[in-house]
Design a protein around this ligand. Structure first.
Ligand SMILES: Nc1ncnc2c1ncn2[C@@H]1O[C@H](COP(=O)(O)OP(=O)(O)OP(=O)(O)O)[C@@H](O)[C@H]1O
Length: 799
């Protein structure tokens, strides 16, 4: 509690000479004095009738001081809470003082009021009017409009999901960078370190690192003007809406106003449009006293915030005047723009914030919230994971993967097709009734972008050098890079927001130039051009004439059909020829072919492939992420007549992947003695599995063969314990075979543990190395128990 020993009455009396003549917005003071019960209605109207403000101020001060200490305290509180309106603005004051060359120090009423020791009674503060009533009502109207705008924004994204699968879409934190170094878009050299990294590492460089230093509410609080810069779809609009939402939820301590303009929507700003027209007609019209409200905004422009979203230039005069502070000089302006449009938009004293998209942590949270369990599948795919740093792409990944229809497999290419269609539709703010027709009209632009993508991919660069494109549809896929080619010359080149988007467009170009495809098939196997293989899965799906469609809007259907008649066969033949030539390690293994075939969704092509392999699919030593498991299961299940011999020797498989693989189980003839039982273990233990993604390398960890449990005791305690849990439920007696390693768990204590844990254990066998030949020592349960009774606990294998 603040000290209240200071008398309010004395405080006012001592400053009376300064208050008279300087107190402003007297009607606001009177309204509050009436509201607080200090003055009666009659007294108020009597004061209002006085000749001028000078007399009115004197009358207010006289009446209030006459009413005593409590009334004076309330007047001081009113002045304090409304000081931005009732006292001269300090900055303005100092200007006046300077201009008038007043030497003597002027009494600073702002300082004076802030020195009074008020009681801390926050609740009471809400009962005061901070401005004229019509202005309060307009503020409420603006808040309600802001809520609707934000709701509609998220509703637009929700529409992409199926009705019963709509996630709760809202704002997730984006990485915001305020470092005032050279804008990151201005990269000065063509080659970056990126080119030396492996593909997954290269892709990870797209994902921004978490920088928690500034939040949307910090941006809302700062008095500075703000420039939000970022690539297309990176979340600038979402951030603006988040600020708008935070403002609607802020308590109304201040009478302030916030406007949001989507500059792409209000294209019809005429050169002569007035500020009043912009605020009241183009945005929201007050229900009453327009002039009073407008005047209030003009006189207290520091209470006004304007968000101008998607600014490309300052051609509209009214916008230019706002940005240059010729109108509403103290208003806070927030501009969002793409890096292309940043130059010369605003002065250097603005706070420049680069919106960099989702960090890896947020990608995980976002996909988990939108996809539930399915998100793990996406996260295991480094292409999709890193692609999702652009929130708009994350949205499309989520929308594409959340499809209910299990008959419609979710191929990765489909996600990209959805992204492309979405970007094209959204780049044009007028609603598009027939998207396919719209894509047809953009054919030339799309194909020239695709050509630039192909050439850049061949050159192993991200710079689309020869592309000169002004089309907004095309620009929505790109970010600019300013490249200094000479001390006096800088050129702007474009690159895709993510490298895989470039590969997607490159694949699209190849399909339009089928004579080049065979060349690419040959390039797979060369060290220099092996990176071209990433175009092929995209091509396999793009050829398909099914929804979501893209190619049929760009290339005649007959041409696509013609290509698909030979493409799959050529691809498989190129692979088999290379696989047969065993002079070197091939760059493309069968798993990659499975991926291409899954994208193609062509049963015929799968059978052709399996036949070429003599129905023997060797995936040994592969790392099978859930997506890979899904593609393998798809290919395997296409063979209805013949079983496939599947070699999974030394594969690494995760729990989610295991589930996918199990789908193809009935078509498999196992290539080694153990896996059938291994799958059973996992089937049985599924229910008990924790979230931990268990890596199963079954040669070294755990194998179950018939009624034998093979337990290598190598410290993988968790897996060992899980196997024991499964065995506890085994209906028959089992023989446990322990592969012993020095330094592992104590042998005898382990035997004891097994005896106690496994009532159905019949015997334990221990392979013992004698010279080079291992022999197996089989100890029956009864012998083992009696041994245990005699063996001291501290005895272990080394003794
Ligand atoms: N922070 C976020 N949290 C959740 N979703 C987001 C976020 N940012 C963006 N999105 C999603 O991505 C979509 C595109 O984002 P947004 O429109 O904000 O991009 P932008 O940077 O304004 O793009 P443009 O430059 O094309 O105007 C949004 O519709 C929204 O669904």
């Amino acid at each position: 509690m603040a000290c209240t020993s200071q008398s309010a009455k004395d405080y006012i009396t001592n400053a009376r000479v300064h208050l008279v003549g300087e107190l402003r917005s007297l009607s606001l003071i009177l309204e509050n004095l009436f509201q607080q019960g200090v003055l009666m209605g009659e007294e108020v109207s009597k004061i209002k009738k006085k000749k001028d403000d000078y007399d009115r101020t004197r009358a207010i001060l006289d009446s209030v001081t006459r009413k005593g200490e409590a009334a004076c305290y309330k007047l001081l509180r009113i002045i304090d809470l409304t000081r931005r309106r009732t006292l001269e603005r300090p900055a303005l004051l100092s200007k006046i003082i300077h201009e008038a060359s007043i030497e003597a120090k002027r009494f600073d009423l702002h300082h004076w009021i802030s020195c009074f020791p008020f009681k801390e009674d926050e609740e009471m503060d809400t009962n005061y009017f901070k401005g004229p009533r019509p202005c309060h009502r307009y503020q409420a109207k603006l808040k309600s409009k802001a809520k609707t705008i934000s709701k509609d924004f998220w509703k637009g994204s929700k529409k992409l999901f199926e009705k019963n699968k709509t996630p709760d879409l809202s704002f997730y934190p984006v990485v915001l960078d305020t470092e005032e170094t050279t804008p990151p878009s201005k990269i000065k050299t063509f080659k970056t370190k990126k080119s030396k990294l492996s593909r997954p590492k290269k892709l990870r460089t797209y994902v921004p690192e978490n920088k928690p230093e500034i939040s949307p509410s910090d941006l809302l609080k700062t008095d500075k003007n703000i420039l939000l810069v970022g690539k297309p779809g990176i979340g600038k609009t979402a951030l603006s809406h988040e600020m708008l939402r935070l403002w609607t939820e802020r308590d109304d301590k201040e009478l302030d106003y916030m406007f949001y303009f989507d500059m792409r929507e209000i294209t019809n700003i005429s050169p002569t449009m007035s500020l009043k027209h912009l605020l009241f007609t183009a945005y929201s019209e007050p229900d009453e006293d327009k002039d009073e409200i407008f005047q209030d905004m003009k006189s207290h422009s520091d209470n006004v915030t304007l968000i101008l979203d998607g600014v490309t230039d300052l051609s509209a005069l009214v916008v230019q005047k706002l940005v240059k502070k010729d109108l509403l000089s103290y208003a806070k302006i927030i501009i969002t723009c793409r890096p292309d449009d940043e130059e010369d938009l605003c002065d250097e004293d603005w706070l420049r914030v680069e919106v960099k998209g989702f960090s890896e942590e947020t990608i995980r949270t976002y996909l988990s919230a939108t996809l539930g369990e399915d998100h793990r599948e996406v996260l295991s795919n480094v292409e999709l994971l890193t692609l999702s740093h652009v929130p708009m792409y994350a949205l499309m990944v989520a929308a594409s993967c959340s499809s209910e229809d299990s008959l419609q497999p979710r191929t990765v290419t489909e996600i990209y097709i959805n992204i492309v269609r979405f970007c094209l539709q959204n780049s044009n703010k007028t609603s598009i009734k027939n998207p396919n027709q719209f894509i047809r009209t953009k054919r030339n632009e799309i194909l020239s972008l695709a050509e630039a993508a192909f050439n850049a991919t061949q050159r192993k660069t991200v710079n689309l050098e020869e592309l000169s494109c002004e089309d907004s549809c095309i620009l929505s896929f790109l970010k600019p890079l300013d490249v200094k080619v000479a001390p006096t010359e800088t050129i702007t080149v474009y690159s895709f927001l993510h490298y895989t988007m470039q590969e997607f467009f490159a694949a699209l170009w190849l399909l339009n130039n089928p004579d080049k495809i065979r060349e690419v098939f040959l390039q797979w196997f060369t060290e220099e051009m092996k990176h071209m293989k990433h175009l092929i899965p995209f091509m396999c799906r793009l050829l398909k004439e099914k929804s979501p469609r893209l190619m049929s809007c760009l290339i005649p259907t007959e041409e696509l059909k013609e290509t698909s008649e030979w493409l799959f066969k050529d691809m498989i033949n190129a692979f088999s020829t290379e696989a047969d030539a065993d002079d070197c390690e091939p760059y493309v293994g069968p798993l990659f072919l499975c991926q291409c075939l899954y994208e193609s969704q062509s049963s015929e092509a799968c059978i052709y492939f399996l036949d070429k392999l003599d129905f023997h699919l060797d995936l040994s030593e592969e790392n099978l992420d859930p997506y890979s498991c899904c593609v393998v299961a798809y290919v395997v299940t296409q063979s209805k007549e013949r079983k496939i011999r599947l070699n999974l020797q030394d594969v690494t498989v995760s729990k989610q992947g295991m589930r996918q693989l199990l789908r193809g189980l009935q078509n498999i003839e196992w290539c080694d003695p153990f896996p059938q039982q291994l799958w059973k273990i996992f089937l049985l233990s599924e229910g008990q599995m924790d979230d931990l993604s268990v890596q199963v390398d079954y040669r070294t960890l755990l194998c179950l063969d018939g009624n034998q449990l093979h337990l290598p005791v190598m410290g993988k305690q968790q897996l060992f314990e899980r196997a024991v849990t499964v065995m506890q439920r085994a209906p028959t007696k089992v023989e446990v075979c322990l592969y012993w390693h020095r330094g592992a768990l104590g042998f005898w204590s382990l035997c004891q543990y097994l005896l106690e844990a496994l009532p159905n254990i019949s015997s334990i066998s221990v392979p013992i190395s004698v010279a080079a030949a291992p022999i197996r020592l089989l100890i029956s349960r009864s012998i083992l128990s009696s041994l245990m009774n005699k063996t001291p606990r501290y005895l272990n294998s080394s003794t």
